[in-house]
Design a protein around this ligand. Structure first.
Ligand code: ARG
Ligand code: ZN
Length: 877
């Protein structure tokens, strides 16, 4: 029934609208039963528009109550309206005011796009196409207008009335009603519109900007949760100061408000002056939030705040340019966290995330470039490729230009494009102009999908004291892109001598090398270094200078040498990961390791643990054994998840067995009675201790009782959750009892319930699917709340490979059946869960077939959303 071309939108078809919106005046009359929205839009034709050109406004599930032009009701023949919008057949060839009225039912809006209710609070989500569910509009990011918003609501239900910008006036509106008028002087696209009306508590603070302006800050939340908002407020103030210091960016309105809501489709939203957050990224107290939660709050508060300049003041011309604001803003939030915490630890964290989530996307049926050139459903392009690979591309730009050159380009970007809706081309141009460079080849990173594969070989000639290094790059075909072009890959590197110290060279030829940076811009390059007295070990892609996969001829011995001696902490970590991934992958394919390999790897881990100069947070990352999904990707085809899990467990047993006592002593030595603080130092020690617990549970009999004891005795959620998650993951004898206990003691807090759901979904035992079905089917399961659904189903599809990809197909069927149900309530949540099936191509054929069968059965259902249909068609293509 569906055809390939149905509703596909192409970048090449971009054209400005014939009309523009000069200003938007909105009047919301909010009542329990329904909300009336009156919009007065001042509209004019753009110069050159043919008189009589129809005006097509977007609308989605709207019902038009009245329509007037310049104050007079419009006759029926002057407009048409249908499910997708409102068309003025022949608007006047001059400026005019269009007034429409619609009635909304926020209560019934379970898709959580447009105006909806969360816990009684009226709130909005408009990015990317939610505003058209509020009123008829040119709902696209290149239509910028100043907004004025009047809201009237029952005082008892909604004493708090918020919208974008500054508060102009508020007062009584008779009976139980009151009103507020907000004005946002900065022209903005409709996706940045927001409004909140509800009975909320708050905390307030203030920030003095670098030019001495005082900004009033507030975080609004459910009553009783105020105490849990302080870390978010602290993060906000640090973000504001950082953006001034690092990028010279000052905040521009008099107020900055954040609202935490419980029902939200993703993390948070950067609406101008009124950020709306998923409450899981605001609320934190030691008894209910983990260190990872604190870290996430800090990051996302910063991310949304940074959007004020990269996103709001300068926005996207069209949704194909999404990474213009998202990739850049993720880069900025990563930099913020690096400056606030530890740069190497943050880098490892971000790369781990990229490899676990983005590489699988880029190497499977859903691969697309950071800037795609077509889509059927834009909501399916808020992806890790757009966000995280987008950030990697910006980071490479900073690497190529150097810190000063990058800053010059950013300054020019803000100067040249402030107030505009622009493109990736314009973004690259500012760096070219500010630095006098040509970025044409570099720009391919934005338009080409797939993770480049870099093969490294080297050789040494003692007689001539020359060292040669050959790099070859290739990208496998991705959907819609069979041919790939060579990329400009920045390779930060060093050569390490036999004694572990850096080695210099007298000359290098064969390619472009600037200090410690190779500009690798061809299919292959062979560099010859002269003046090399002995054979070096190369340390390549230091700091993960490019988002590529590397295969090299380095053996385990050289990897462990790097793990000990590299001056680059990222590569020390990476060498250990590469070494253990290779061992597990070999074992999973039936090629067993030698005892000496294991002994050497164990010794390297112990040396890392014993090194007094290393940060505990780094040690925790260094001793982490690669996740089964990462090993599966490394194997790349015909993967048997059971074999991978068993090999991983066997490696851990072989590693830990002989030194379990020592590891346990280290674990015990790290216990602490300090009062909890979320700071990076304490969090790092906890993560090391919990990392040791994981090793002990997986690799020795000593672990399980330690996990149980830690669970029972934990003084904070970080330790309690870690103990539960580890017990569940390795399915210890007490796992079921621990899960049962956690459920009862934390039944009252939804965000803690989410932790239970996530830990439950990690269980590798054969009855997990059955248990998850029961959890979902329980009459009181909040099946319209995205956090609950995602906490249970997300980790299952993304990391419980053994049970999701079961041989009998029961894991696949469970998910497709759940997706079909969720789709009727919230298509965005449904399609996101479905993306877990991107793993199918690397599985062994029998499992792959079971997966495709489940997908095909889903596709046979009636009435699937465009969100789900789009993902399904790409998975099955
Ligand atoms: N712009 C928001 C952010 O990155 C996220 C909006 C996500 N929208 C979506 N449809 N998935 O901070
Ligand atoms: Zn963002």
């Amino acid at each position: 029934m569906r055809t390939e071309s149905e509703h596909t939108i192409y970048l090449k078809d971009y054209a400005p609208t014939p009309y523009r919106i000069v200003s938007a005046d909105l009047d919301f009359r909010i009542r329990e039963e329904a909300t009336r929205v009156r919009a007065q839009l001042t509209i004019e034709p753009r110069p050159g528009t043919e008189p009589g050109t129809p005006l097509v406004l977007d609308g989605d599930e709207l019902k038009l109550d009245s329509i007037a032009m310049d104050g007079a009701p419009m006759v029926l023949s002057a407009y048409t309206s249908d499910a997708n919008g409102l068309t003025l057949v022949e608007p006047p060839p001059r400026r005019f005011v269009l007034e429409t009225e619609v009635t909304l039912k926020p209560e019934a809006n379970t898709r959580l796009m447009g105006l909806y209710r969360s816990g009684g609070t009226w709130c909005t989500q408009c990015e990317p196409e939610g505003f058209r569910r509020i009123t008829y509009y040119l709902d696209r990011p290149d239509i910028l207008a100043p907004f004025k918003v009047r809201m009237t609501a029952p005082r008892s239900l909604a004493p708090i009335l918020l919208a974008n910008g500054n508060l102009l006036e508020q007062g009584d509106a008779g009976e139980d009603m009151h009103y507020a008028v907000w004005e946002d002087p900065f022209p903005k696209p409709a996706y940045l519109f927001a409004l909140v009306a509800g009975d909320l508590g708050s905390i307030t603070d203030s920030f003095t900007t670098m030019s001495g302006r005082e900004i009033a800050l507030a975080i609004y939340c459910a009553h009783g949760k105020e105490d849990e908002c302080h870390y978010a407020m602290d993060s906000l103030k640090r973000s504001m100061a950082w953006d001034e210091r690092r990028f010279g960016r000052e905040y521009d309105l008099d107020v900055f408000n954040i609202v935490a809501v419980s029902d939200f489709n993703f993390g948070a939203m950067e609406n101008k002056g009124l950020n709306i957050f998923n409450d899981r990224l605001v609320f934190a107290k030691p008894e209910t939030a983990t260190d990872a939660n604190y870290h996430g709050i800090e990051r996302v508060i910063a991310h949304e705040y940074f959007h004020n300049w990269t996103g709001n003041r300068i926005t996207c011309r069209d949704w194909f340019q999404l990474c213009l604001k998202e990739g850049l803003t993720v880069y900025r939030d990563q930099e913020f966290t690096s400056d606030e915490r530890s740069r190497p630890v943050q880098r490892i964290h971000d790369v781990q995330n990229l490899r676990t989530n983005q590489f699988p996307e880029d190497g499977g049926p859903l691969a697309h470039p950071p800037r795609p050139d077509n889509y059927r459903e834009i909501n399916n392009f808020y992806t890790t490729t757009v966000y995280e690979k987008g950030a990697e591309v910006v980071r490479m730009l900073a690497t190529l230009l150097g810190e000063a050159g990058f800053r010059k380009g950013m300054d020019l970007y803000f100067e040249r494009h402030d107030g505009e809706a622009t493109t990736i081309e314009a973004f690259l141009k500012v760096f070219e102009d500010a630095n006098g460079v040509d970025l044409a080849q570099f720009g391919i990173w934005y338009t080409q999908a797939g993770t480049p594969q870099v093969d490294v070989t080297d050789s040494y000639d003692a007689a001539s004291q020359t060292y040669t290094l050959t790099l070859a790059q290739k990208v496998d075909p991705t959907p819609g892109q069979a041919e790939k072009q060579p990329l400009l890959i920045p390779v930060r590197f060093g050569l390490i001598g036999p004694n572990g110290s850096p080695m210099g060279w007298t000359g290098v030829s064969g390619g472009e090398v600037r200090d410690d940076l190779i500009l690798f811009d061809r299919a292959s390059v062979t560099l010859t270094f002269t003046g090399i007295a002995s054979r070096p070990v190369p340390s390549l892609f230091r700091g993960f200078s490019a988002p590529v996969k590397v295969t090299s001829n380095l053996g385990q011995e050289q990897l462990l040498f790097l793990a000990r001696h590299d001056s680059d902490p990222f590569n020390r970590w990476d060498a250990l990961q590469t070494a253990s991934t290779a061992l597990i992958a070999d074992a999973a394919r039936g090629k067993d390791w030698s005892g000496t390999d294991i002994d050497a790897l164990r010794q390297a881990l112990l040396d890392t643990l014993d090194d007094p100069g290393l940060d505990p947070a780094f040690k925790a990352q260094a001793i982490a054994i690669p996740a089964a999904t990462v090993v599966a990707r490394h194997i790349g085809h015909d993967v048997d998840p059971d074999a991978v899990a068993a090999a991983r467990k066997r490696l851990m047993t072989a590693m830990v067995g002989p030194v379990a006592e020592r590891l346990e002593a280290k674990y015990r030595a790290l216990s602490s009675s300090e009062p909890y603080s979320p700071d990076a130092g304490q969090a790092g020690r906890r993560s090391l201790r919990n990392g040791l617990l994981g090793l002990l549970v997986a690799g020795s009999d000593r672990g399980a009782p330690l996990a149980t004891a830690q669970y029972t005795g934990a003084a904070n959620m970080t330790d309690r959750y870690a103990a539960m998650a580890i017990a569940a993951h390795y399915w210890t004898g007490d796992a079921q009892a621990i899960l049962g206990d956690f459920r009862t003691i934390h039944a009252g807090d939804p965000l803690v319930f989410d932790k239970w759901l996530t830990a439950s979904a990690q269980a590798p035992d054969d009855r997990v699917v059955e248990r998850m079905r029961a959890i979902l089917a329980a009459p009181d399961f909040p099946r319209t709340n995205p956090n609950r659904l995602r906490s249970l189903l997300g980790p299952f599809v993304m990391s419980n490979m053994v049970q999701f990809a079961r041989k009998d197909g029961a894991g696949f069927r469970f998910i497709t059946e759940a997706v079909a149900e969720i789709d009727r309530v919230n298509p965005q949540v449904a399609s996101r869960i479905l993306t877990g099936f991107r793993i199918l191509p690397i599985l062994e054929p029998a499992r792959r077939d079971k997966g495709r069968e489940a997908l095909a059965a889903l596709r046979d259902r009636e009435g699937l959303s465009r969100n789900v249909a789009d993902i399904l068609d790409r998975l099955l293509a």
